[in-house]
Design a protein around this ligand. Structure first.
Ligand SMILES: [Zn+2]
Length: 227
């Protein structure tokens, strides 16, 4: 995993069947190509680009990387159209301040979270098996932060996009979530699945057990009795 601007990109190294997850913030293309080369891969070794979701800070270098690598691009069905049309509404905020910022954002820069229009090659309906890339892993739906948020599971690790954030001030329930209850459900299924390590969309890798108390706190806060 590598920080590209303020977002993370993750590379699953597997020779000429390697996979790149997310494409970071625009303007940081060189950091990504360097990461690929540092892993002794050439750009054409990237066969698949998986988008955890299509917000601008995860799709910033998508067009160039598609051109440079020739990789196929996988997006969740719930965001295929958003990506194609280059429109993604900014998610609502959780905390008051963030909510304020988010509301202001909606008012003044509607479409601020949007990607550049792009037509993906593969649509994940719900789950997508990676064995055809020689990788014992899969892409699963983890909605909440955005409707088509998806995560990649390899062994006991999950590359979770903005389903999780682990900033300097600790593990957080992402303050920008379109559907917090759905996000909580996604957290629950991930934490229940025996995953040990979480690669978040922003911030550092974290142990799943660190997220558990945060889950309990938000479960209470969102006053859900569905568990
Ligand atoms: Zn996002």
């Amino acid at each position: 995993m590598k920080r590209i601007g303020y977002s993370n990109c993750t590379l699953i190294v597997n020779g000429n069947n390697s996979i790149l997850i997310d494409t970071g913030v625009r303007g940081f293309l060189k950091s990504i190509t360097r990461m690929i080369r540092q892993n002794r891969l050439s750009l054409s070794d990237i066969r698949l680009i998986i988008l955890t979701h299509v917000h601008y800070d995860h799709t910033g270098n998508l067009h160039q990387l598609k051109k440079l690598t020739g990789a196929r691009v996988l997006v969740h069905k719930n965001e295929f159209e958003n990506l194609k049309n280059g429109y993604m509404p900014i998610p609502g905020g959780q905390r008051f301040l963030v909510k304020l910022v988010s509301d202001l954002g909606k008012m003044f820069v509607s479409g601020f979270a949007s990607p550049k229009p792009f037509t993906a090659d593969i649509v994940n309906e719900n789950e997508y098996d990676l064995s055809s890339y020689g990788i014992n892993g899969k892409v699963i739906s983890t909605p909440g932060h955005s409707p088509g948020s998806q995560s990649v599971i390899v062994g006991k690790k999950i590359i979770a996009g903005d389903c999780f954030m682990n900033m300097n001030y600790g593990v957080v329930f992402p303050h920008f979530a379109e559907n917090p209850l759905l996000l909580l459900d996604s957290w629950k299924s991930i934490l229940d699945s025996g995953i040990e390590e979480i690669y978040p969309g922003h911030g550092n890798i974290l142990k799943a057990e660190k997220a558990y108390p945060v889950f309990m706190k938000w479960k209470k806060k969102l006053k859900t009795d569905s568990y």
